[in-house]
Design a protein. Sequence first.
Length: 259
Amino acid sequence: MRLVKGLNISSKFLGRKVTYDLVLPPNYSPQEKYTLLLMNDGQDYEKLAMSQTLQTFWNNHGTPFVFVGVHCNKNRLAEYGTSGILDFLGRGKKAKKYQSFLLEELVPFLKKEVSLEKGNHVICGFSLGGLSAFDTIWGNSGVFNKVGVFSGALWWRSKDYGKDFDETRDRIIHQKVQSASFVPYLKFWFQCGTNDEKADRNNNGIIDAIDDTFDLIKELEKKGYSKGQTIHYEEIEDGEHNQATWRLAFPSFLSWVFA
C-alpha cells in the first residue's frame, strides 16, 4: 500500500486549508475504479494503527479501496454535528459547511487525483465524528451509501437534560430520521463499548451511549431498514470511548463494508 500524509486542500466553505491523509491499496491502478472510504478525525490515524489495519485487511485479500482520513482542527465542535440544527449550546454552526466541503470540494477533487467510482462510497467517524458521518449520509444520499458510527455522539440534543427534556423530541439525529423518508440503498454500521461511559439518564440499567444507539436503530427500523441486512450493531465488552477500542472494531467494520 502507499500512504501519503499531510496533503492539503483549500476550502472556500470552511475558509481554511484542510489536511488529509491518502492511502492507496496494493497494486493500485488508474485503470481500475475504487470505492472511497472517508474517515473523520483523520488526525488520529496513528492512534488507530490504521496502516496496520489496512495492510492486514489487504494481506488477507480484502477488497482494494482508497482511504482518506480528513483531519479536524480547533473548529471540531463547530464543523461536526448536525447540519441545519444546532445543539443546545449552539455547537455545530459549520456542520452544513463541512458537509458541503466533503461533497462539493473534497470528493470532486479526489476524483481528479485518483480513480474512484462515481458513487457508492463509505464514510465513518468516531464519537462526534460518527454523528457527523451519519448526518452526512442521511442528508446527502448519492455520494455515500454506507456509514460507520463508532461510539457515536447520538445524545446530540436541542435541549439540555432536565424535567422538560423529551428523548423522542429533543435528540436531534433521532428527530431527523423520524421526519425523513426511506432511502433504500443506505446501510448503517454501529459500534458501542460497554464502558463507553457511565451515565444512565433514565435509570434503565443501560448506559446512554448504547441506549441512544439502540433508539436510533429502532427509528431506522421504523423507516424500513433491518438488522442483519441494512443495519449492523457491534458491542465490545469492556470497550471504552477511545482509539484503542475503535482500533479493535475497525477490522470488523471493513469486513462488513466489503463483504
